[in-house]
Design a protein around this ligand. Sequence first.
Ligand SMILES: Nc1nc2c(c(=O)[nH]1)N[C@H]1C(S)=C(S)[C@@H](COP(=O)(O)O)O[C@H]1N2
Ligand SMILES: [Mo]
Length: 240
Amino acid sequence: MAEQPKRKADGAPVGRRALLGMLGAGAAGLAAAPYLQRGWEGFLGAASQVDSTGLTGLLPNPGGFRYYSIVGSVPHKDETNYQLKIGGLVDRPRSFTLADLRALPQTRVVHDVLCTDGWRVEKTPFEGVKLADLLDAAGVRSGGAAVRFTCFDGAYSESLTLEQARRSDVLVALNMQDKPITHEHGGPVRLYVAPMYFYKSAKWLSGISVTETVVPGYWEERGYAVDGWLDGEDRNSAAA
Ligand SMILES: Nc1nc2c(c(=O)[nH]1)N[C@H]1C(S)=C(S)[C@@H](COP(=O)(O)O)O[C@H]1N2
Ligand SMILES: [Mo]
């Protein structure tokens, strides 16, 4: 696909310049930025690569994931307070708890994850409920042709056409790498759109709304392709 424009940190609460400043300030800078600390604890304490928008390229990357969030802090949610709302052009708008989602048939998809920034994590398993099943449960009304996703970080959004959303490799994911999705990776529930660049896979998923037309998501309003297909994907395959 065509190269995506470079991301700008403008508009994000913590820009590249601020991050560089904090790196320079060392521990004191980090202490003054508690919202970044969780990321850094992960980076320092775990094998997982943790990063933040704008910092990419400054840290060594042994082939793991990088951490992205367009906002500085995201509330933690778990089985006690997580809800996924499905609405818009559907016959049966409803809310799913984590227990509801876990009780539905689970599908495992193993695929390479690629970010437009250039990193890749090969053969990553994700597991969860097919988005198609949730759409069927809600009953898409005639006129519904696209799906809009919103997140409990209060800022990110994504979109798919209804046809894309119905693919069997598009999941409302509960597990990643065979473990419950961590907060950093968008848990307890994130979208996983296997055949597309990872920006399509909205973290901290809280809303699914069926719409008449595609509403461009956060990065798409900033120049990214609405269709985020990876090279070599079969775009017409419903079964994938
Ligand atoms: N809510 C939310 N979802 C998001 C993002 C984000 O900033 N906020 N970043 C996207 C991008 S560009 C990528 S590469 C992946 C990163 O996922 P990770 O942090 O689990 O590696 O999440 C995608 N989903
Ligand atoms: Mo990304």
